[in-house]
Design a protein around this ligand. Structure first.
Ligand code: NAP
Length: 461
């Protein structure tokens, strides 16, 4: 569900002191938790239950009555009962006529029933005004007050007045109602709590796959090869050296994969001569998870920074420096400063620092709290222009790191190049294609296509 597209109602909460009685059917976990909040907000509350015996778990200011009696006391009835028990409402249809019924239910599976629970409720009690709400808030969050992640309450319904009444209660509880439109939206709202990071699946699976590939690649080159040919045991590389190779590689590849679908889309639009034909599904899906790809890339870049910070205190590094110093002392020679190497090393570090700084900036601007405060042009500027600058800096950081080693035969083991060389393939392709697309002979028609111009209008779908 696109939260941004929804209409956040900015109306002030109902400030009148007189609150209408609210009824909750069901004294289960959710009914009780919501009941506590409703009483705290100052609403008189009545429970409709199969058993009118009250218990210590039920808020003490609430009455517990039979369903029919409780329904008569309120205009709004929250049905805190599982869908499979809704048929007990059929005999109450006359009592519930004209009432606002709030469906809070969730299912165990996505699209479990042909129609949403709220639509099913509307069919069972045709005279009532059904509103879907509260299903994305958990009983635990209501009780413990930790509502940070779930302060938004999606609301939908066919009756505007009924929806407004429910949204007033939502606001009075300190939550944010998001109007999702008519009851047709209920299915999507019911599916929402069942989704498990849908946009993160591809980035995470991809990074797991790439991590596994590069781990075995580096293991073969940096641990197994020296063991086989030089009988040297570098197995401790697994702890820091290999992760510190994998992290920047993944950061760079994933960052490039954020921008690759954009250039592919541009090529497709140029080829088709229109923007009015749908992209292939895989490209659509890829474009939708670019933010997540970027954030995973940022996580790998941050790990690379941390691993790099500990390099000077590593035992192996200290041993290597001291043995070089001792060897120079024993041979009574001082290695002169190699100015080219000093330049390369400083440039590579400077490019890495600047690249990481912009990477963090990109990550910060993708946070909803920040992106909501910039206009579309500013967001595009940061994510696109600064994004490409970040990609250029990080690619240059890797290229300068490689330096002359790219051509040196000793950097190939079992014909395998250094892993960072492989990491340059995707970013270089993206940057070269992007560079070509900037040429006016391609940029002008692309801009016109994106403004709605079509080369062959009769062929567009
Ligand atoms: P629950 O603890 O199982 O309580 C459901 C209540 O329904 C029971 O306490 C009972 O109340 C009533 N009930 C049970 N069988 C019934 C029947 N045959 N006829 C009439 N009433 C019956 O469930 P819950 O966790 O409170 O969830 C209630 C609803 O809220 C569900 O639709 C759920 O999807 C939704 N929801 C729950 C949460 C959550 O965190 N738990 C979050 C969002 C939405 P009486 O004994 O008083 O009759």
């Amino acid at each position: 569900m696109n939260k941004n597209s929804s209409n956040i109602m900015a109306l002030a909460p109902n400030t009148s002191n007189k609150r209408e009685t609210v009824c909750i059917f069901g004294t289960g976990d959710f009914g009780r938790a919501l009941g506590h909040k409703i009483i705290q907000a100052g609403y008189p509350l009545v429970f409709g239950s199969r058993s009118t015996q009250t218990s210590s778990l039920i808020p003490k200011d609430a009455e517990v009555l039979s369903h029919a009696e409780a329904a008569q006391k309120a205009a709004i009835i929250i049905i805190a009962i599982q869908r499979q028990h809704y048929n007990f409402l059929t005999p109450l249809a006359e009592t519930l006529r004209g009432k606002v019924l709030v469906d809070v239910s969730n299912n165990l599976k996505i699209n479990q029933y042909p129609e949403s629970n709220a639509e099913y409720l509307a069919q069972l009690v045709p005279g009532a005004k059904v509103v879907k709400a509260f299903n994305t808030v958990s009983a635990w969050a209501l009780q413990s007050g930790t509502l940070d992640a779930s302060r938004q309450v999606f609301v939908c319904g066919d009756d505007m007045e009924a929806k407004q009444m429910v949204m007033d209660i939502v606001r009075a509880l300190g939550l944010t109602p998001l109007d999702q439109g008519s009851l047709l939206a209920a299915q999507e709202i019911e599916n929402y709590p069942l989704q498990l990071f849908p946009m993160w699946k591809f980035p995470i699976l991809l990074s797991l796959g790439l991590t596994a590939f590069f781990f075995f690649y580096c293991l073969t080159r940096d641990v197994i090869y020296p063991y086989v040919y030089e009988n040297k045991d570098f197995s401790f590389f697994i702890a820091i050296s290999i992760p510190n190779r994998i992290c920047p590689i993944l950061a760079l590849i994933l960052l490039a994969l954020v921008y690759l679908p954009g250039v592919l889309a541009a090529i497709i639009q140029l080829y088709r001569g229109t923007k009015y034909r749908r992209f292939p599904d895989w490209l659509d899906k890829w474009m939708l998870c670019r933010k997540q790809l970027g954030l995973v890339a940022l996580a790998f870049a941050s790990l690379h920074v941390l691993y790099t910070l500990v390099i000077p205190i590593r035992s192996f590094v200290r041993w290597r420096i001291s043995s070089q110093t001792i060897s120079q002392a024993l041979n009574n020679e001082t290695e002169p400063l190699n100015n080219t190497n000093a330049w390369l090393s400083d440039s590579y570090l400077a490019l890495g620092i600047l690249g990481f700084f912009l990477f963090v900036l990109l990550g910060i601007t993708s946070l909803p709290s920040v992106s909501n405060n910039v206009n579309w042009r500013e967001f595009r500027f940061v994510q696109s222009k600064l994004g490409y600058v970040t990609l250029v800096l990080c690619t240059a950081h890797t290229l300068v790191f490689g330096g002359s080693r790219f051509l040196s035969p000793s950097s190939y083991r079992w014909y395998l190049p250094n892993a960072y060389m492989l990491s340059l393939i995707v970013p270089c392709i993206v940057l070269v294609v992007k560079f070509v697309l900037i040429f006016p002979c391609l940029d002008k028609p692309l801009t016109r296509i994106r403004q709605g111009w079509e080369r062959n209008p009769q062929y567009s779908e």
